[in-house]
Design a protein around this ligand. Structure first.
Ligand SMILES: Cc1cc2nc3c(=O)[nH]c(=O)nc-3n(C[C@H](O)[C@H](O)[C@H](O)COP(=O)(O)OP(=O)(O)OC[C@H]3O[C@@H](n4cnc5c(N)ncnc54)[C@H](O)[C@@H]3O)c2cc1C
Length: 327
């Protein structure tokens, strides 16, 4: 029997979508080995009242650890609590490869001297081994990695797993932090969430990104209109654009920017440089609009439109609005 410990991410006392993704992945793993899913969730006082969705997505037991410090993430004390819990014989400890997870997962692995498989697209058990697929070489290859150990720490790329609802009654317990967050050497003084963005790039199921082919900062209005038409989209950009000050650096997607894996990625006026592809190549469906039929972006695109983005995007926006009206 292989039990799985999943860590459910919160921000400001609310569960994040990646939490449901991690629990879904944990459920599938545990089911394949006849084990249980225990979900550890950190949040400020009152968090325990908000954990029902974790049961609905497959948690057998939800372990709630409340402390005022968990209004903002406190990776040091969270890692200590996860490490203390890891002694209960879990086969896998599963976290998100979100910004918070990237801070947390290596700390946990180091504390308990466990192998870490990071940024997994898929995760499975094969006998005594944990097997993940992981994008490598700026996402040009997908490597299969195996690790053995009890436990193996795995972080899962945001949006790589589609949350699945299971009807499960909530069974919850509460625990105290293993170490006092007040004693952490790292002090999180503020969490600054990007302004203006309706949806976080990492969470959005649809990402519309613009490149230098848009010609001017003001033409990003066309990209924003298309994102609005979808209703569940965030706007991204290339580094060429953020370097020129057309968009904030927080919108940059790529090797030195954000990693995204949305269901749909629309690249508008983007050449498809390898450093940009590194941030979006694992998107499930890629649509490219570029006036140059030879642009490298078309090599990774599922659908390509060759033409002037300034003419095509408004037509697309109207079509998406029309399609959503009739559904
Ligand atoms: C160390 C390093 C790290 C980097 N990290 C990143 C990163 O994280 N993210 C990133 O994006 N880049 C990164 N870059 C930069 C990267 O190499 C490219 O320069 C950048 O991605 C190009 O941006 P672009 O596609 O917007 O612009 P361009 O390469 O100038 O391409 C513009 C495209 O728009 C098309 N176009 C022009 N007019 C129109 C029109 N009217 N309609 C439709 N299409 C049109 C053109 O055909 C062209 O394909 C990095 C570079 C280095 C060296």
């Amino acid at each position: 029997m292989a039990n799985v410990l999943a860590v459910a991410e919160t921000r400001g006392g609310e569960l994040r979508k990646v939490a449901l993704e991690v629990v879904t992945a944990a459920r599938a793993l545990a089911d394949s080995a006849g084990g249980e899913v225990h979900v550890l969730v950190f949040g400020p006082p009152g968090m325990a009242a908000k954990v029902e969705p974790l049961a609905q997505h497959g948690a057998d037991t939800v372990i709630v650890c409340e402390h005022a410090a968990y209004d903002k993430a406190d990776a040091e004390s969270m890692a200590a609590t996860i490490a203390a819990r890891a002694g209960s014989g879990y086969a896998v400890i599963l976290l998100s490869a979100s910004a918070q997870g990237k801070d947390l997962a290596p700390r946990v692995a180091a504390k308990i001297n466990a192998p870490l498989l990071s940024d997994a697209l898929t995760v499975a058990l094969s006998g005594a081994a944990v097997v993940v697929t992981h994008p490598t070489y700026t996402a040009k290859l997908v490597a299969t990695l195996k690790a053995t150990g009890t436990p193996v720490v795995v972080s899962v790329r945001p949006n790589a797993v589609t949350p699945v609802v299971r009807a499960k009654a909530l069974r919850a317990e509460t625990i105290a932090p293993a170490t006092d967050p007040a004693a952490s050497r790292v002090k999180v003084t503020a969490l600054v969430v990007g302004t203006g963005a309706k949806l976080d790039l990492g969470d959005a199921p649809v990402v519309i990104s613009g490149g230098r082919g848009l010609k001017a900062a003001e033409n990003f209005k066309l990209v924003e209109d298309l994102a609005d038409a979808f209703g569940n989209a965030a706007v991204g950009a290339t580094r060429a654009v953020t370097d020129d000050g057309w968009r904030p650096h927080s919108d940059q997607i790529g090797q030195t920017g954000r990693l995204v894996s949305p269901d749909l990625y629309v690249a508008v006026g983007i050449s498809g440089a390898i450093q940009h592809l590194a941030g979006m190549r694992t998107s499930k469906t890629i649509v490219a609009i570029n006036k140059d039929a030879e642009a490298p972006i078309f090599k990774v695109a599922d659908y390509g439109i060759v033409g002037d983005a300034l003419e095509i995007v408004p037509v697309l926006t109207a079509a998406v609005r029309e399609a959503r009206k009739s559904h």
